[in-house]
Design a protein around this ligand. Structure first.
Ligand code: GRF
Length: 191
């Protein structure tokens, strides 16, 4: 796999993937890293790893990746030899153009046991629902929001004193294990 990573924020999942590659635990490469905002820490992390860190200029205040930005992204992924996409905290919905260009080759990570609690603030949703467990899911991306075939899930127990922050911290720990593991399965052709 030669992976193009898309993020909007911290990029801790990107870092977990990049570290797994460096340690020889994942037979893959990072083609390039995109963020839809210039200040996203994921770009800083990408520069530290020496991966192409690209600000993808998108229409502001939109929840979708517009067709024009999508075409630019596809061009840049090809330029960098990318053949696979990992969404890691990317806050935009990808559209059919990108889905078609990378059919069956786009994955996402979400902080819940899907199909429970899709969408924003999954940790808060789980707490408010009074759930006793939640977790994270790596899944293939389709046209829906946090739908598509599940590759791997990790469970996290919800403790009585959990706040959104303490819960999300434990979910993130599991995400950093789950994402490289899911990519390893794909790279090994286990799916
Ligand atoms: C993760 O919780 C992921 O599940 C969600 O966005 C967050 C990204 O975190 N889609 P990071 O940018 O990888 O640190």
């Amino acid at each position: 796999l030669n992976i193009a990573v898309f993020g909007s924020g911290s990029g801790s999942n990107y870092q977990a993937i990049a570290e797994a590659i460096e340690k020889g635990q994942l037979n893959a490469q990072i083609a390039c890293v995109f963020a839809d905002n210039q200040d996203a820490f994921i770009l800083e992390r990408a520069r530290k790893f020496g991966h192409p860190a690209i600000y993808l200029d998108c229409a502001p205040f939109k929840s979708k990746l517009d067709g024009e930005a999508e075409q630019r992204a596809i061009g840049m992924i090809k330029e960098h030899g990318g053949d696979f996409i990992a969404l890691a905290g990317f806050m935009r919905i990808v559209k059919p153009g990108l889905l078609r260009a990378f059919a069956g080759r786009i994955v996402n990570i979400h902080p819940s046991l899907l199909p429970n609690f899709p969408g924003l603030h999954a940790g808060k949703q789980a707490l408010e629902a009074g759930a006793t467990e939640t977790g994270c899911t790596v899944h293939f991306v389709d046209e829906g929001i946090d739908t598509g075939p599940v590759i791997i899930q990790k469970r996290v127990e919800i403790l009585p004193n959990d706040t959104e922050e303490t819960l999300m911290n434990r979910i993130h720990e599991q995400e950093h294990i789950a994402y490289p593991e899911a990519l390893r399965r794909i790279a090994n052709g286990d799916l």
